[in-house]
Design a protein around this ligand. Structure first.
Ligand code: BES
Ligand code: MN
Ligand code: MN
Length: 456
């Protein structure tokens, strides 16, 4: 709509500067030293919602980091959209690999570089600015609720309780989330699924203390060697995961689903070049898009033990540890998979070591419908502002709270993400293209408009 477009272009520069201000706050949820920064960021988000025209916006404390909750009501007869996002960010390490400060945002070649630029401050803030565009032009088509949390990157452990405690307040017709990616500006797409997650930590203990690797080496089992052998055995020669029962509940794709997934544009050569890898890898019998979108995985995220300092120290260590995550797909269940992992990992350990397995946070996989009115409204919004119909894709990432929107609130979700896979989220030099930020602000109001029209 012309009024929206005019308002946005008149305020373009301020919209960008306000995002940069938000990016300057190091709201690292994992790091307790930044607790005050996280709280300060919540307050900044609350104020921005009020300025954008929300009727009320409040900080809801939790036993972890606070949730920002806001509402803008226009008419009880109109539908209500619940917008979810997160204002917390991942730690910036390794800091030396950044070309500019992670919390000193800069714009280079049309890209905003900062931790959280894409995940998720940039994407979340598009909704705040879209609210402003709609309220200041007097063209707000539906009621909007905002729930912006500060613990997504550490597992959203307090948000489930918030949903349970506020079912009435959170009543809505659909959840709208921008925290995923699309293929490219030329090939806009909408993710129609997220993988689940089971995150484990293992510790293997051998002798009761670190030993001289000459005096004892060869006669005492080395826990690092053993941990590596155990981890290596978790995949077979076809890169299938060897945990018994692991695939039992995995939904087999129909030929139609396979075809739809593989019809998205994808170029393996460009993919390899962009990542600096020489050849493709993955589970035998599946394409790259099937592997990331529809198949479960098991990956070591970190491994440590023994001596890792400067120079060489000869030691046969007492302990070795690793953090191992599994991405899950429908209909796997994170607790069942965590149990299977534990039993299997304990069973493959030789008597000469002891194994301790602990589970960290988990989350369930989701598939969001592509035949719903909400999806159609999102597709029409994209078609309006991009001039092209979006391609439905399956995302590989996880947003564990999305499954709880359905199980606790009975709400479906639309994943209207504008990030790109090469935005370096969770990596050094995270970026978000200014063009994507602006396209998002332009597209979101159309979602509200079409959703209100379609459900009227
Ligand atoms: N926004 C991401 C998830 C994502 C990224 C989904 C790209 C689809 C495409 C989210 O902030 C995230 O990083 N989630 C974590 C899980 C969480 C429990 C720490 C993840 O996927 O590792
Ligand atoms: Mn995110
Ligand atoms: Mn993230």
């Amino acid at each position: 709509m012309q009024v929206w477009k005019e308002y946005q272009s008149k305020n373009q520069e301020r919209f960008l500067n306000e995002l940069l201000d938000l990016l300057r706050i190091p709201s690292i949820s994992a790091d307790s030293q930044h607790k005050a920064d996280v709280a300060r960021c919540a307050e900044a988000v609350r104020e921005s919602l009020l300025k954008a025209g929300a009727d009320k916006a409040e900080i809801v404390p939790t036993s972890g980091h606070p949730i920002v909750y806001a509402e803008k009501n226009v008419d009880p007869k109109r539908p209500t959209v619940l917008v979810y996002g997160h204002y917390d960010v991942q730690p910036p390490d390794p800091i030396e690999l950044w070309t500019s400060g992670p919390f000193e945002p800069v714009i280079k070649e049309g890209k905003i570089f900062a931790r959280g630029a894409c995940d998720d401050k940039g994407q979340m803030f598009m909704h705040v600015k879209a609210l402003e565009v709609m309220t200041k032009t007097g063209e707000l088509p539906c009621n909007i609720k905002f729930m912006i949390e500060g613990e997504e990157e550490v597992g959203s452990s307090n948000l489930g309780k918030f949903l349970e405690d506020h079912r009435e307040r959170l009543k809505a017709d659909i959840v709208l989330v921008s925290d995923t990616s699309m293929i490219s500006m030329e090939h806009p797409s909408i993710e129609s699924g997220l993988r689940g997650l089971a995150y484990m930590e293992v510790e293997v203990t051998g002798p009761n203390r670190d030993l001289h690797s000459g005096v004892y080496g060869g006669a005492v089992r080395n826990p690092i060697n053993e941990l590596c052998r155990m981890i290596a055995s978790l995949h077979d020669e076809y890169n299938h995961i060897t945990i018994p029962g692991f695939y039992d509940k995995v939904k087999v794709l129909t030929d139609e689903e396979k075809k739809a997934i593989n019809s998205a544009p994808f170029n393996q050569k460009e993919y390899n070049e962009e990542l600096g890898i020489r050849e493709e890898w993955g589970e035998k019998g599946y394409s790259n898009l099937e592997r990331t979108g529809t198949r479960p995985t098991l990956d070591v995220n970190g491994i440590w033990g023994g001596y890792t300092g400067e120079g060489a120290k000869t030691v046969l260590p007492s302990k070795a540890s690793a953090k191992i995550s599994m991405r899950l797909v429908p209909n796997q269940n994170s607790e069942e998979i965590a149990d299977m992992f534990r039993k299997h990992f304990e069973s493959i350990a030789p008597k000469s070591v002891q194994v301790k397995v602990t589970a960290h946070h988990g989350g369930e996989p989701v598939v969001t419908p592509t035949d719903s009115l909400a999806y159609k409204a999102a597709a029409k919004a994209i078609a309006t502002t991009f001039g092209k119909d979006p391609i439905p894709t399956r995302g590989g990432g996880s947003i564990p709270i999305v499954a709880l929107f359905e199980s606790i609130l009975g709400l479906k979700t639309v994943l209207l993400g504008f990030g790109l896979d090469n935005d370096n989220i969770h990596s050094p030099n995270e970026k978000y293209d200014v063009a994507n930020y602006e396209k998002g602000i332009e597209t979101i109001p159309y979602f509200h408009k079409f959703f209100a029209e379609m459900t009227a």
